[in-house]
Structures are given as structure tokens and as C-alpha cells.
Design a binder for this molecule. Structure first.
Ligand code: NAP
Length: 278
């Protein structure tokens, strides 16, 4: 019997995770099956789905919106990245214990450094948005050696509160939290990451052209949408652009390696999923 894994979310039909993990399993010769489970909108849906999957012999799950907080709460032990983010996106069931990880930020860092060839050491990083995606990105960015990190959000108070919460975990890497409107005159950044959900509604966060340093990388965490309004705005300001397909594939590879002890080659999977950016 092949080992069983799954992704739990709601909605889940759109998830690329079953395809990504099937391709990893084929390429590495791992005997596993990976399914998508809808945790539903009802209270307790995630806990029920998780318990049923474990009882049926499941070995681990990925967790996506809106259950990443509940996933951390369900764990007996959690990695630093998951605890600092306050959310988990991967669980492993080990001798009756649930272990939690959050690989979103590591996936993002690997995509930028390995696939896009931009070492983060010494770079000024701007994260747009103060939701779950930014929470997961800050600690891995600091660990990669960013010179400083700024969080800018439409709702300024949320950015300030998040920066105060995360700063003690960053071993001295400067972290600021401001409103988007404070970016004008706040200097230029080498890496500007759209971690808002604006692209999902065809909008762009209001970021001034001066926020992009010469040769900056503009990265939209959204994937499969082509050249989003944020990426168009960034391109017009002279930035190099990338979307979040590589982050998705790299976080999946981290989970696969954690579960199976084998690191898959992400390049063929990334090439298969990538949507051209204009
Ligand atoms: P979230 O927790 O709901 O946070 C959404 C953020 O977007 C908030 O800071 C919100 O600002 C901001 N926002 C929404 N619409 C905006 C607009 N029109 N202009 C400016 N700001 C706007 O979402 P999340 O979980 O952090 O996810 C953010 C994005 O990252 C999503 O698009 C998701 O698909 C993507 N993501 C990708 C990956 C990947 O593997 N590639 C992984 C995780 C997430 P306010 O606080 O002012 O409301």
C-alpha cells in the first residue's frame, strides 16, 4: 500500500498540490498517493478532516487557507518558522505525535535565491501586506541575511503591530511596519514582494515607483495570473518581475523532503506550471 498524504483547505478544487506531489513522487520513485480534502466551511471541519485522515493511515498533510492557524493549534511540536508565523502549512504524523512546519517563507527564499539567482544577503526587502503570507516570510528573509525588512500595509496599524510582534525573533535585523502611504520618500528597496491578496481582485497595492531600487526584483506571491497589475506597475518602474509559482513549488518540495527524506528536483515541475509573464 502506498503511503497517503493530502492537502486540506476550503475551497480546495483549484489546488495544484496533488499534481506537484504526484510529479515529485514519479521523479523520485516514492510510493505515495496525495489527495485534496475539502475541510468545508462549517465549524470544526478541519479538525474532523484531519482526524479522519490520520485514522485512515495518512502520514502527513499540507494545509492551506483558511486552516493554517488551526493546523498549528493541532500540533504537539512546531518549528520556529511555524511558531513565529503563528501558522503551519505542513503536518507530519509521527508515532502518535503531530509535528508542524511552515515552509511558505523558506519556499519563497529558495525561489528568489536559487531559481531567480538573487542572494538576499545585504538586500533591502519590502513586504507589501500584513496577512498570513507576510507573517510566514519575515523570519526566513531575516535568516537569509536581508539588511533590513519593511512591512507596508493598507491598514497601517496592522503593519506596525506585526513588526512589533516579529522584531524580537529576528536577531537584530531591522524591521519596520508602516502604512502604504508612508512609502513615498521612504527610500528604495532591492526586493519588493506583493504579499497582499490585491492581485486576486485585479487590483494593485498603492506602491510608489520610487520604492523600486535600480535593478530591483518585484515578486508577486500570487501565481497563474500572468502579469498582474502589481507586476505591470513594477515593470513600468524598471523592476525585474516574477510571480509566486516558484514559491508554491519550493514549499511543496520542502514538505516532500521532510516527509520522505528525498529532495525532488523542482525545475521540471516549475517549468510545467509556470504561466508566461506577458
Ligand atoms: P491575507 O491574510 O488575507 O492578507 C491579505 C493582505 O492583503 C492584507 O494585508 C490586506 O490589507 C491586503 N490587501 C487586500 N486587498 C488589498 C488591496 N486592494 N490593496 C492593498 N492591500 C490589500 O492573505 P495571505 O494569506 O497573506 O495571502 C496573500 C497573498 O499571498 C494571496 O494572494 C495568496 O494567494 C498568496 N500566497 C501565495 C503563496 C505561494 O505559495 N505562492 C503562499 C501563500 C500565500 P488590509 O490589512 O488593509 O486588509
Amino acid at each position: 500500500m502506498p503511503d497517503r498524504y493530502a492537502v486540506i483547505g476550503h475551497p480546495i478544487a483549484h489546488s495544484q498540490s496533488p499534481l506537484i506531489h504526484r510529479l515529485f513522487a514519479e521523479a523520485t520513485g516514492q510510493a505515495l498517493v496525495y489527495e485534496a480534502i475539502d475541510g468545508g466551511a462549517q465549524e470544526g471541519g478541519f479538525a474532523q478532516a484531519l482526524a479522519a485522515f490520520r485514522a485512515a493511515g495518512g502520514r502527513g498533510v499540507n494545509v492551506t487557507l483558511p486552516f493554517k492557524l488551526e493546523a498549528l493549534a493541532a500540533a504537539d511540536v512546531a518549528s520556529d518558522d511555524a511558531r513565529v508565523a503563528g501558522a503551519a502549512n505542513a503536518l507530519r504524523f509521527d508515532r502518535g505525535r503531530v509535528e508542524a512546519q511552515n515552509f511558505d517563507g523558506t519556499g519563497l527564499v529558495r525561489d528568489i535565491e536559487v531559481n531567480l539567482g538573487l542572494p538576499l544577503k545585504g538586500r533591502r526587502v519590502l513586504l507589501l501586506g500584513a496577512g498570513g503570507a507576510t507573517r510566514g516570510a519575515v523570519l526566513p528573509m531575516a535568516r537569509a541575511g536581508a539588511a533590513c525588512i519593511a512591512i507596508a500595509n493598507r491598514t497601517a496599524d496592522k503593519a506596525g503591530a506585526l513588526a512589533r510582534e516579529l522584531a524580537p525573533h529576528l536577531a537584530g535585523v531591522p524591521l519596520a511596519g508602516v502604512g502604504l502611504d508612508a512609502l513615498a520618500g521612504a527610500g528604495a528597496f532591492d526586493v519588493v514582494i506583493n504579499a497582499t491578496s490585491a492581485s486576486l481582485t485585479g487590483a494593485a497595492p498603492a506602491v510608489p515607483p520610487g520604492a523600486f531600487a535600480p535593478g530591483a526584483l518585484a515578486y508577486d506571491m500570487v501565481y497563474g495570473k500572468g502579469l498582474t497589475p502589481f507586476l505591470k506597475l513594477a515593470q513600468a518602474a524598471g523592476a525585474r518581475v516574477a510571480d509566486g509559482t516558484g514559491m508554491l513549488v519550493e514549499q511543496a518540495a520542502e514538505a516532500f523532503a521532510w516527509w520522505r527524506g528525498v529532495r525532488p528536483d523542482t525545475r521540471p515541475v516549475l517549468a510545467r506550471l509556470a504561466v508566461p509573464l506577458g
